[in-house]
Design a protein around this ligand. Sequence first.
Ligand code: GAL
Length: 721
Amino acid sequence: MSLETTIRPVPPIPAISADDGGIAVDDGDTHENGGAKPAGGRNADVSAKAAPSERPWPKVAGLAFGGDYNPEQWDESVWPEDIRLMQAAGVNLVSVGIFAWVRLEPRPGVFDFGWLDRILDLLHDGGISVDLGTPTAAPPAWFYRAQPESWVVDADGRRLGPGSRGICCPSSPAYAAASARITTALAERYSAHPAVLMWHVHNEYGAPVSQCHCEQSQIAFREWLLLTYDTLDAINDAWGTNFWGQRYGELDEIRTPAASASVINPAQQLDYQRFCDHQLLSCYLRERDILRTWSADKPVTTNFMATNCPSVNLWGWAPEVDVVSNDHYLTAERTDRHVLLAMDADLTRSLAGGRPWMLMEHSTSAVNWQPRNLAKEPGEMARNSLAHIARGADAALFFQWRGSRSGAEKFHSSMLPHAGTNSEQWTELVDLGRTIKALADVRGTTVTAEVALLWDWESFWAQDLDWHPSVDLDHRERTIAFYTRLWQDNVTVDFAHPTADLSGYKLVIVPQVYLLDQDAADNLDTFVTGGGQLLVSYFSGVVDAHDAVHPQGLSGPVGEVLGISVQEFAPLAQGQHVALDLWGQNASADVWADRLVLTDPATQILGTFTDGPAAGRPALTRRRIGQGSAWYLATRLDPESLALVMDPLYAAAGVTPVAGLPHGLEMVTRRDHSQTFYFLLNHTDQPVDVPLSGTDVISGERHEHSVPVPATQVIVIRQQH
Ligand code: GAL
């Protein structure tokens, strides 16, 4: 090995309490249980609006622009050119070292920091700051060989070994010790380095695997259960184990829900998801706390995948990061990919509690892992970056700086493409860097929303389990359907956990949140009683936190808020449509119908099924409470019919959709006390005019009453208050 290896004393390895095969790692200040004892099967107290700590935003001038930089993939002779081209493109922040564990610790406890010292110095001299990664998403081959018990075991019993990337078993004491050692070594060496502005822990927790069924996981699962429920009786009760004779007589009889002959107890599966989330969060917290010990002033983040990582409950994670950061990749073949981008950005902003956040990764053009990796259209990269900024990001970073020649991602687009600087991609990138520099004053301004959509990973976990009334039930599809309607109406949306404080919103929509417990129902009741408009769509509030049907029946305590009771689900056959009468207007729906009755005299029927399995029964109801109303929609309306419901809802809530904008023009505003920025994103191939006055931030041009937005382009208009 021709490494310039610095043999350094091994930093203290956290003690592992392995006597009982346990998982506790004592590093002095570790929150092994996510900081608190989980309550009633739930991991995190998500009742407050998620809010990361108040640690300072990384000290970059203006908005951050850059990406993942993997200098270890290149000969050092390439580095000066990297710096020069980064400067040419306006890059001011790069994420370094995310997958470099083996290059930093080529043998256990033997460190090679020389190369990292040199590149950090070069970057600093070049005026480029660093988001320094802990490389724990890519354990070295020596670790896998030495610690075979740390390999992830999947539900089918396959052991997932080295040769790729991905975490080891998150409950592994050996992984805990090794990841703490490399994190400590990095923190000790680089906390004071002037290039390092922030820390980036691991990479995309939960991907590519979040679950492990090894023997260490069995032990840890039982420990988590005991911590959560205190007694075996409580576990049996919560899981309803009298069903199918599943009652456990001893804790050691319980195993993680791996392969079995038929459907495994759903409450057990749901708790296993919570356990997996908890173990991953514990891994993050261990590293974060080490970094904080050494580096009091620098923010710590880990990159989320807001709408695209189903296995972690980010409402519990967001308060644990100093800066919320997110990775987003388009689903290239979807024509509504820009709407899904907006939804992802809005969820990320909501996780950040409304504060600015970082777009940690997106792509300049095609990715490499979709079935057909479509290149972005001209102008699309800038529209994507600026759409994230419009929705609250103060950073637009990419994966990755220089395209890799080798490895699994060699066909992924990059800031510096294989085609080099003599290419359209490079020219567009340099233009984008210039635009982002011109938008420096946008930094710190915020986006506000009057409408919230409820979003709950725990509910998604429960709903995605087996044997539900129809395969056509799909919470993601429903969320996208409502979000799309709001996007088309230019209504800005936040996302909220069902128990979050909703008092700041005028309208709250529950698209399909299957798991809603009594606390959530009380919260919705408070919202409506306080004057809010609430719309609950079908198959919401069906079960409690243990995936058990509520004692009140299929509509549970939320049904009491709505003044209805669902007596029976009446799902539709594949392709079947039903007709409805909504205020005398014809409407059409598919997938679902409820057979429901009214339970409160204050509940009105606003729409009725006119055929199908619920013919003659209510399809849309409204219960007025004071100034507020709770609406229930018992079917899946087609998009045009949904508009018939949304318009009166907006009117009742006092929400004003932005009318008069050209089709395909997205408008989002960011503001502070002295100025408003209007982001005008033209998603069409035709120029449009937007009725607005103000100054174009990039060109400096003043517009009175009408702003021309060229085809595919973005214009940002500033109005001083
Ligand atoms: C992300 C990941 C990056 C890179 C990228 C490719 O999910 O964090 O390391 O693999 O995908 O699109």
